[in-house]
Design a protein around this ligand. Sequence first.
Ligand code: GAR
Length: 220
Amino acid sequence: MAELLKLGVLISGSGSNLQSIIDHIEKGTLPAQIKIVVSNNPEAYGLTRAKKHGIPCAVLKHQNFLNREDFDCELIRILQNAGVDLIVLAGFMRILTRDFLHIFEQKIINIHPALLPAFPGTHVQQKAIDYGVKFSGCTVHFVDEGVDTGPIIIQAVVPVLPDDNAETLANRILKEEHKIYPQAIRYFAEGRIIKNGRHVEIKNFRNPDHAAIHNPPLER
Ligand code: GAR
């Protein structure tokens, strides 16, 4: 049997994406293992989720470090000790330093709750509503030196409905996050990702489904 992809998952909060990754691994639909979960927030509920499943955890309170470089230095040490192949940012609300990005080049992915390149940054569900877009969604992408600017691996689209608020839209988007993040990690685990500059191609597609979607719906 092929070796499992070793993951380091970085969180700051609820950890629902972490949970969906754990669930896919436990169901046998994701050939990976989580070597370590690291949180910069000791109160993150994701830590409780990880412990419930016997996954090693580390807490790195960023307030305990003099600067970003020192924080990342310790983070690098922890992830290297854990022997991770892929770093999965799952609601990790910290910008990583150049050194970190350099050491784990091409091995860091992030999930963002908008259809990039629209709405990078924070509070993006509210920004999508305020702008009046008819669709939003989520994006899994490689991490580069910009904020939410790296090459895109997979996206999911959801409609923005007339009575949405930031919370209802965030929940609709999260449901899709929980599907596309395990799928993206599986592409890695199966060695199916080819990256060429900004373009990410997935090899050996099974049963592709490319329907257009409309919002508001087309009427017959
Ligand atoms: C998710 O919606 C994720 O896309 C977002 O934080 C949430 C974390 O939820 N990440 C970002 O905004 C990063 N720019 P979770 O802790 O329940 O997985």
